[in-house]
Design a protein around this ligand. Sequence first.
Ligand code: ADP
Ligand code: ASP
Ligand code: MG
Length: 435
Amino acid sequence: MKVFKFGGASLRDAENIRNVAGILQNYRNESLVVVVSAMGKTTNALEEVVAAHARQNGKAADLYREVKERHYAIMRELFDENDEIFSSVNDTFVEGEWVLDEKPSENYDYMYDQIVCMGELVSSRIVAAYMNKAGLPTTWLDARDVVATDNTYREGWVVWDKTKASALKIVPPMLARTGFVLTQGFIGSTSENFTTTLGREGSDYSAAIFSHCLDAESMTIWKDVPGVLNADPRIFDNTIKLDRLSYREAIEMTYYGAQVIHPKTIKPLQNKNIPLFVKSFIDPEANGTEISSDTDDLYPPIVVVEKNQALLHISTLDYSFVAEQHIARLFKIASDLRIFVNMMQNTAVSFTLCVPDVPDRIEKFVQLVSDEFKVKAENGLELITIRHFMPETVENLKKGKIVLLEQSIQNTMHMVVKNVPPIERKAVEIAGSKA
Ligand code: ADP
Ligand code: ASP
Ligand code: MG
């Protein structure tokens, strides 16, 4: 069997859903588990519902109604008005209403997961119904019956043994009955049957979980780009598609923020040597990118820009050296607060960390270490990672920026930069790119 994943962009309206069904027609004789995300920007809209409910500003119900209305408008284009999909989607949305009818939970992250999961639950209902209507026999599967997590809401950690046992018990009989099984990305369930989510953009990871547990022959994620490019096409011109990529290269890229694939996706596939294809849903016949075991390919420079970074300059209050026990304590606190350290550098009396700029976590960190350390935070920065760098690539990337921290090891270079003044980055060329 194979696993396919379709993200929000591929399901953003009725026309795109028809396109997805068209792609699946070409695989009608295969056993396929299809993992879908919420449609378009639904998750962002549901995040606003959660925030409004938490603030009790009276806007949550209206915002939720808008989300519902967008789905009903798409359904009216795809189905007859008395199709049973309308009541099944309505029943699903009602579960969100129950949460909104209650007082907001003190545990924001818990409440977030119970509401935000609606995006995937309804999109999967709609796509499964449309596939059946299009003559592709499909069983709808609740991913929460398979993907078991701990109770870290908004960032559930997968309980692998349990997930694997459920997957092997539940999915193969469904595939035997209907060639297609359609399920949700992004969501899982705790041992007490509360819904968890796996982190934003986590549907790619869900597909990898299913692929790993079911020993898939391959996994394919369908995107609005021709494959994995050597830089984000929204930021750079003249990007080139990478035909093949090793797992290692893909892990390095996604870890440092290449948004095309969720960073947790690669490892479960690599462990079972399952190839990952990244293909275009706009041009489904084209080859895309194959990510598999190490290749001898020579790579062009690969650039990853991670925005929204902060540098934390840390020094001891008593001006003593920053020693191992200090670093151990700082990392323990960072880890407890789920502050991910992207880069670090020390001198005799100071220690600098590059971390995602999440203000409440950073404030908490500063508070917790204030008995021993002074922390100066520098915000609004970008972390640029360049693999297989060439001098001219680096020079081009530095134009119009102040480099605050720079490190290179083997074929990887990292720079933490600040834009002064803001520059038009579309003009930047990556050396090695085709004109
Ligand atoms: P999905 O619809 O599956 O959620 P995303 O929008 O999350 O898809 O990911 C696809 C987007 O990732 C592309 O539209 C592209 O703008 C962006 N992207 C960033 N870096 C890269 C890269 N190196 N290669 C290809 N796409 C990239
Ligand atoms: N819908 C979720 C999000 O937007 C998960 C995903 O799309 O991968 O973050
Ligand atoms: Mg996405």
